[in-house]
Design a protein around this ligand. Structure first.
Ligand code: IDP
Ligand code: MG
Length: 156
């Protein structure tokens, strides 16, 4: 099982799309192990987006993510990072394929609704930035054995 950090960015909440986006992940079979609404501080945004410092869009990106509340979630699944990135679609709303979250709900190359960790290292770093250990809840799901084939042991 893998965990990833997902952020529903300010435009998701302002446009009333957060519920529909969360539903996509629930329907796919992801397990929600952490979730909260928060306002991202400038300090937190600068830590999160340190890898983008110096890029032409960096200042606007920090302004965007701090402009209005976000929903942050930790989602768990087999291959959570790869699968969630596929569901998000390409970075630019104008290029993202229909059927993806960015492809279905947005046009902007900047206001693109959602963030998702892009590697296990990034996920570990980002989960630690946004959540305290006791805010993540591991629990057994009644549907687990129908989401995955667990007959050989590991979920497949
Ligand atoms: P990702 O969110 O698909 O992983 P990154 O390249 O990590 O894309 O960029 C982080 C965020 O910065 C994007 O989600 C988007 O909001 C913003 N961004 C990236 N490239 C551009 C750009 O060329 N113009 C404006 N905003 C951008
Ligand atoms: Mg990224």
């Amino acid at each position: 099982m893998e965990r990833t950090l997902i952020i529903l960015k300010p435009d998701s909440l302002q446009r009333g799309l957060s519920g529909r986006i969360i539903t996509r992940f629930e329907e796919k079979g992801f397990q929600i192990v952490g979730m909260k609404v928060m306002k991202v501080s400038r300090e937190l945004a600068e830590k999160h987006y340190a890898v983008h410092k110096g890029k032409p869009f960096y200042d606007r990106l920090v302004a965007y993510i701090t402009s209005s509340p976000v929903v942050v979630m930790v989602l768990q699944a087999v291959n959570a990072i790869t699968v969630s990135r596929k569901m998000m679609g390409a970075t630019f709303g104008s290029k993202a394929e229909p059927g993806t979250i960015r492809g279905d709900f947005g046009l902007s190359n900047s206001y693109n609704l959602i963030h998702g960790s892009d590697s296990p290292e990034a996920a570990q770093f980002e989960i630690g930035l946004y959540f305290k250990a006791d805010e993540l809840i591991g629990y057994e799901r009644a549907t687990e054995r129908w989401v995955y084939d667990t007959s050989a042991g590991d979920p497949e």
